[in-house]
Write a protein that binds this ligand. Structure first.
Ligand SMILES: [Zn+2]
Length: 118
């Protein structure tokens, strides 16, 4: 009897999951900039220069994967291929910086002075 039950647990479900979303999210696409040879060369140079050490403020983590990060983000007008605008960050520091930048960017419209001067 137990044998039958074990075999049944391996049967694939015959009920398909329904996607109930009315608006489908757009398919994820990498920004073409990150696929260019120039970006790859910049990224490799930034990571090489860091010597395996995360350059995040107060981090200094070693032995982890590093990500080349634009100090001034491209959407904020940062130079795309200038090594001076690059730093190597561990995953935690990169995620934190990206979240902080996003928060700052989202808050921006509310900080702008009103056209009427009030
Ligand atoms: Zn770090």
């Amino acid at each position: 009897m137990a044998r039958t039950r074990a075999r049944l647990s391996f049967m694939p479900s015959r009920i398909q999951a329904m996607d109930l979303r009315t608006a489908q999210p757009a398919p994820k696409q990498a920004d073409p900039h990150y696929l260019t040879p120039e970006h790859r060369a910049w990224s490799a140079a930034v990571i090489r220069r860091a010597g395996g050490v995360c350059q995040g403020s107060g981090c200094g983590r070693t032995g982890v994967r590093l990500f080349a990060d634009h100090v001034i983000e491209l959407r904020d007008g940062g130079a795309p291929f200038d090594p001076a605008n690059g730093q190597a960050l561990c995953g935690a520091c990169h995620t934190r910086k990206t979240a902080e930048e996003r928060r700052r960017r989202q808050a921006e419209p509310y900080r702008r002075p009103r056209p009427c001067g009030l």
